[in-house]
Write a protein that binds this ligand. Structure first.
Ligand code: SER
Length: 318
């Protein structure tokens, strides 16, 4: 039976992944952790929670021993736009956090799942149908730490036999917890604003294509890859995964099918636009499809219907 520690469990992905994995493995077998406690009390009543700063390797090891952890899902990281605002902190948390997790995993024989990102690519990467194995010269601190994380995970598997696995996530769209400081966040905010104010000013320019995925597919990707037969995995880490690629106008058109008055305008943030411009337009995820059966369920149309339905309830829109 898996005994899982999730770092960054109060983030956008962690909040939902904790509940999802507790359904699969039982509440007591999934330990949520985060640097600070925040949010709804119901989260903390639903299963074990520990305060954990991933910069403290002893603290990670202590929690792993306390619960006999055999799988870490390492999510704690600073996202792309926040990382550009404070590259030093981003380097510290993203690099040393991942290094500490891998070291504890090596010492205690624990498997590690940690996501990389479309940010691991850069302007010299082929932007369309970006291959699994290709040029990776990112120009952001976030991207630098993600490429290094991919390489470290490969290294710990080859050198020490640590069972490392991971995907390169695109922008993740969800309605439970907001993302914090990412470049793809516009594609989340647009739904909230469409319902609340019937208008949204996008910080990403019209015509900027990026890969995206709806949260249910992201959760399934993590679970399926963790459960995948290792004999079939040629890549193990950093699998390209995607579910859709769009630019702001396409998303606005889809939203207008439900909210005809919706108006999209632009208030472009040069920092986030430069990041987006350096990322691929669309990924080739055939390695993930072949090696562990990756297949997303949600396209832009299905996702938009579900996001608007769920947010209408959450925001109490009449
Ligand atoms: N959604 C992330 C970001 O924008 C991509 O990894 O930073």
């Amino acid at each position: 039976m898996k005994k899982i520690l999730i770092t960054g469990a109060l983030g956008q992905i962690g909040t939902e992944l904790t509940a999802y994995l507790r359904e699969k493995y039982g509440s007591g077998n999934v330990i949520a952790s985060n640097r600070r406690k925040r949010g709804d009390e119901s989260f903390f009543e639903a299963g074990p929670f520990e305060l954990l700063n991933v910069l403290d390797a002893k603290e990670i090891a202590g929690i792993c021993k306390k619960y006999s952890i055999n799988q870490i899902v390492h999510l704690a990281a600073i996202l792309s736009a926040n990382a550009e605002n404070d590259p030093q902190t981003a380097y510290d948390i993203n690099m040393n956090g991942t290094y500490n997790v891998l070291e504890v995993a090596r010492e205690l024989g624990i498997a590690v799942f940690t996501p990389s990102s479309i940010a691991a690519f850069g302007a010299s990467t082929p932007p369309d149908n970006t291959p699994q194995d290709t040029i990776q010269r990112p120009s952001t601190m976030y991207g630098v730490t993600k490429v290094a994380g991919e390489l470290l995970c490969d290294y710990y598997f080859k050198r020490y036999g640590v069972d490392t696995r991971g995907v390169r996530f695109p922008g993740i769209i969800s309605y439970v917890a907001l993302p914090g400081g990412g470049t793809t966040d516009y594609a989340v905010h647009i739904y909230y604003e469409a319902l609340k104010n019937k208008k949204y000013a996008s910080f990403i320019k019209a015509g900027t294509y990026m890969d995206m995925m709806y949260m249910p597919d992201a959760l399934k990707a993590i679970y399926d890859l963790m459960e995948a037969n290792p004999d079939k995995l040629k890549h193990r880490n950093a699998f390209n995964v995607t579910a859709m690629s769009f630019e702001p106008e396409m998303l606005a058109s889809e939203i207008k099918k439900y909210i005809p008055e919706f108006q999209l305008t632009y208030d472009v943030d040069p920092v986030r636009q430069a990041i987006a411009d350096s990322w691929p337009n669309s990924l080739d995820d055939s390695a993930a499809r072949k090696e562990w059966g990756w297949k997303p369920k949600y396209d832009m149309a299905l996702m938009t219907k579900d996001m608007l339905d769920k947010l209408t309830v959450k925001l109490n829109i009449k």
